[in-house]
Design a protein around this ligand. Structure first.
Ligand code: HEM
Ligand code: HEM
Length: 225
């Protein structure tokens, strides 16, 4: 029998492992790469760092697609990609006037969050691809404009993402940001994942660090010159 993926409220439950280490390493290194790429975007002096952090963000997205088909339970696309109708039904509980309707609590991503994850990944990939295109084309032109529009759209989606994380946590009285850091959430014992995949998480961190070093040190000249 399959275990349920929703729960009424977390209050009386013990914490279980939910987010594996690769998913957490992916999330927080992506946040660092995006923030770093943003802060280094304006100046000529920091351009190599901008390209390095941007490419690392791109590599992380590629990795996440793989992990979405080969990772642990809550990292799988099949766990959190649901129909648009399911996402709209979920969001109804957040409409003004519906404050007494409790949205169902999901242990993994909720149906609306699942679409946000896909949107964030797709827009991040498009931002990186357009940055590459702008870099190849050299002089400021249409590619640079497209890159700027896409990165600004991504910033807006990230703002909505953070607002949604705070709002959902507030509804269910749980700290989702802490859960994305520790990997643990209140859930039924049978809902927990068996392994945090620590080795794969550490390898992912080492691989991104290596890629960043290699790009910045000019070891992958095809991408940075
Ligand atoms: C560069 C900015 C950010 C990007 C691109 C981003 C992207 C993502 C992605 C792709 C996921 C899905 C994780 C997965 O399944 O692999 C996610 C989940 C999550 N993010 Fe972010 N994020 C960003 C910033 C933040 C920040 C600043 C916070 C904290 C305030 C945050 C909190 C979370 C939480 C708590 C989840 C899990 C949501 C849930 O419980 O379903 N994110 N984020
Ligand atoms: C997370 C990924 C990235 C973010 C958030 C980002 C952000 C930005 C932003 C905001 C600008 C506009 C700066 C301004 O106001 O003038 C910019 C410019 C630029 N970025 Fe990125 N970028 C990313 C990835 C990349 C990548 C991977 C490359 C190249 C391989 C790249 C190459 C460029 C270039 C060449 C410009 C100047 C464009 C022009 O003015 O014509 N970016 N980036």
């Amino acid at each position: 029998m399959s275990t349920p993926d929703t729960l009424p409220e977390p209050a009386a439950l013990a914490e279980q492992k939910i987010w594996d280490l690769p998913t957490r390493v992916f999330h927080w290194t992506l946040v660092l790469c995006f923030a770093g790429a943003w802060l280094t975007a304006e100046s000529e002096r920091t351009q190599l760092l901008h390209l390095t952090l941007g490419y690392c963000a791109g590599a992380l997205v590629l990795w996440r697609v793989l992990w979405g088909v080969a990772g642990s339970r809550y990292a799988l696309f099949s766990d959190f990609v649901r129909s648009p109708a399911a996402a709209l039904r979920y969001l109804q509980a957040y409409l003004p006037g519906n404050s007494l309707v409790a949205p169902r609590r999901y242990v993994g991503h909720n149906p609306a969050g699942g679409w946000a994850v896909l949107g964030l990944l797709a827009l991040m990939a498009a931002a990186v691809a357009s940055g590459w295109w702008a870099y190849q084309s050299g002089a400021p032109d249409a590619a640079g404009e497209v890159h700027e529009v896409l990165t600004h759209a991504l910033l807006i989606l990230i703002g909505l993402h953070v607002l949604a994380v705070v709002a959902t946590g507030f509804k269910h009285r749980e700290n989702l940001v802490r859960a994305m850091w520790t990997g643990r959430k209140r859930a039924l014992p049978e809902q927990g994942i068996r392994s945090s995949q620590v080795l794969i998480g550490l390898l992912l961190f080492a691989a991104v660090t290596w890629l960043g070093w290699a790009l910045y040190a000019g070891r992958l000249p095809g991408l940075t010159t």
